[in-house]
Write a protein that binds this ligand. Structure first.
Ligand code: GDX
Length: 396
C-alpha cells in the first residue's frame, strides 16, 4: 500500500484539497501526507478544512511542517526528505513523528506537486501498475510547452549529457519532475545517502534522479497525456533560485561516476494537445529587461577573464540593449563548461552571471527555434542534448 505526499508552500487551497481528496479515495492509497514549508496561511487554511475532508475519506490524512534536515536553503528538499523519513516510520512509534498511523510498513511513496490542476486518480494508478512490474522508480512525464522546462533542458539535460553521457541520465525524460513514485528499497537508498539528506533546496530533484541512477535502481517513465496544468511563470526571474540551486546541485556531482547498469523503460508518448503546443511558458517582454539588470564591475571582469570574448562582449552589451544572438547551442556548451569549473555557489556575482547567461540562452532558443513552431523547437532541444551526449561519449 502507498503513501501519497504533497509538499506545499503557498498554494491555492481549493486545488490542494481537491488533489488530497483524489489521492485519499484511491484504492491503492493507505494514507496521504501534506508536508508544508511552514505554518503559513496555506497551512492554517488546510488545517481548518482537513476534518471535513477526513470525514469523507477512509484513510488517514496527516499534515505536518517539514523538518530542518539539510544544509542548504530550507526548501522543497527538506519537505521531500521529511516525507521519506515519515514514510519509513509511519507504522511504528517514532521520536520525531510520534504514534504510528498505519499498522504495516508502507510499500511505496508517491510525490505530486500540490498545485497541479490536472491531477487525477489515473496518475496514481499508472504509477502503481508500473510499480507492480517491480520497478523501483516510477517517474511521470508529460507534454510541456516548448518555452516551459528551460531549467530541465538548458541546465539539467545539458549537464547530464556532458558529464555522464554513457549513463542512463541523459535518457531520463524529465529529470527534475516532481511527480514520481519510489519503492521502500529505493527510499532506503536515498535516506542513507548524505548528499540527498543535505540537499534541502530545489536541487533535491537532481539528487533523487542521480542517486537512483548511481544505485542502479530500475526505472520506468509513465506518460500523462493531459500534461501538468499549473500556475505559469511570469518573467524568468521567478526561476532565479531554482536555476542556481539546480545548477549547483549538478556541479557538486561532476566528480562522481556512475557504473551501475539498470533497466530504464519509457512508456510511449501520444500526440501533444493544442492546449500545450499553443502555450507560452514565460513572459518574453519581462525577461528581455533582465539582461540589463544588477550588473557589477566584477561580473564584467569574470566575463572577460573566463569566458569566450564574443560572450563577454555580447552579454555586456546587454546593459544598454538586450542581445541574445551570440548564445547559440555551441556557445552555451562552452559557457556551461566554464561554469562547471568556476561557478561559486553563494557568490551573488556568480548567481547574477549564470542567470543572465541562461536568460540569453533561453531567449536565443525562443527567438530562433520556438517561433518556427512547436515540433521544430522540441526537435532542436532534443538534437542539442543528443549532440552533446555523443561528443562527450567520444571524448571519454
Ligand atoms: N514543503 C515544501 N517546502 N514544499 C515546497 C517548497 C518548500 O520549501 N517550495 C515549493 N514547494 C512545493 C510547492 O508548493 C508545490 O507543491 C511544489 O513544491 C512545486 O513547487 P512549484 O513552485 O509549483 O514548482 P514548479 O515551478 O512547478 O517546479 C516544479 O516542477 C519542476 C518541473 O517539473 O520541472 C518542482 O517540482 C520542481 O522541483 C520541478 O523541477
Amino acid at each position: 500500500m502507498a503513501l501519497v505526499c504533497f509538499p506545499f508552500k503557498k498554494e491555492d487551497v481549493d486545488v490542494v484539497m481537491r488533489n488530497v481528496k483524489t489521492a485519499a479515495q484511491h484504492p491503492r492509497v493507505r494514507m496521504v501526507l501534506l508536508v508544508g514549508a511552514s505554518e503559513n496561511e496555506t497551512y492554517v487554511e488546510i488545517d481548518a478544512r482537513l476534518p471535513a475532508l477526513g470525514a469523507q475519506c477512509d484513510v488517514p490524512i496527516v499534515q505536518m511542517t517539514q523538518l530542518r534536515l539539510g544544509a542548504l536553503r530550507e526548501g522543497k528538499g527538506d519537505g521531500m526528505n521529511t516525507a521519506l523519513l515519515y514514510f519509513l516510520r509511519a507504522h511504528e512509534y517514532d521520536e520525531l513523528f510520534g504514534e504510528p498511523v498505519v499498522s504495516e510498513p508502507l510499500e511505496r511513496i508517491h510525490f505530486y506537486d500540490a498545485d497541479i490542476e490536472s491531477f487525477n486518480s489515473s496518475w496514481i494508478t499508472k504509477a502503481e501498475e508500473a510499480a507492480d512490474m517491480e520497478y523501483d522508480v516510477i517517474r511521470h512525464y508529460f507534454p510541456r510547452s516548448s518555452t516551459d522546462a528551460q531549467i530541465t533542458w538548458q541546465i539539467t539535460k545539458v549537464g547530464f549529457s556532458l558529464l555522464f553521457p554513457l549513463s542512463v541520465l541523459p535518457w531520463v525524460q524529465q529529470p527534475l519532475g516532481g511527480e514520481l513514485c519510489l519503492t521502500r528499497r529505493c527510499v532506503d537508498v536515498l535516506v542513507s545517502d548524505e548528499r540527498v539528506m543535505r540537499q534541502s533546496d530545489w536541487g533535491i530533484d537532481t539528487l533523487y534522479t542521480f542517486v537512483c541512477a548511481q544505485a542502479g535502481m530500475n526505472m520506468i517513465e509513465v506518460y500523462v497525456p493531459e500534461g501538468k496544468l499549473h500556475a505559469l511563470y511570469g518573467g524568468l526571474r521567478d526561476l532565479f533560485n531554482m536555476l542556481i540551486e539546480c545548477f549547483a546541485a549538478l556541479q557538486g556531482l561532476q566528480k562522481c561516476s556512475i557504473r551501475a547498469e539498470s533497466v530504464h523503460r519509457i512508456a510511449s508518448a501520444e500526440p501533444v494537445p493544442n492546449s500545450v503546443t499553443s502555450k507560452i511558458g514565460y513572459n518574453i517582454e519581462k525577461s528581455l529587461v533582465l539582461l540589463s539588470e544588477n550588473w557589477t564591475p566584477r561580473q564584467e571582469e569574470l566575463l572577460h577573464v573566463l569566458f569566450p570574448e564574443r560572450v563577454a562582449a555580447g552579454l555586456i552589451a546587454c546593459r544598454d540593449w538586450p542581445q541574445y544572438s551570440f548564445m547559440d547551442e555551441a556557445t552555451w556548451v562552452e559557457c556551461y563548461q566554464v561554469l562547471l569549473a568556476n561557478f561559486e555557489f553563494g557568490d551573488s556575482d556568480w548567481h547574477e552571471l549564470i542567470f543572465k547567461l541562461w536568460v540569453s540562452r533561453v531567449l536565443n532558443y525562443t527567438m530562433r527555434h520556438v517561433i518556427r513552431g512547436y515540433d521544430t523547437a522540441m526537435n532542436e532541444l532534443r538534437h542539442m542534448v543528443q549532440d552533446i551526449q555523443q561528443k562527450s561519449a567520444i571524448e571519454l
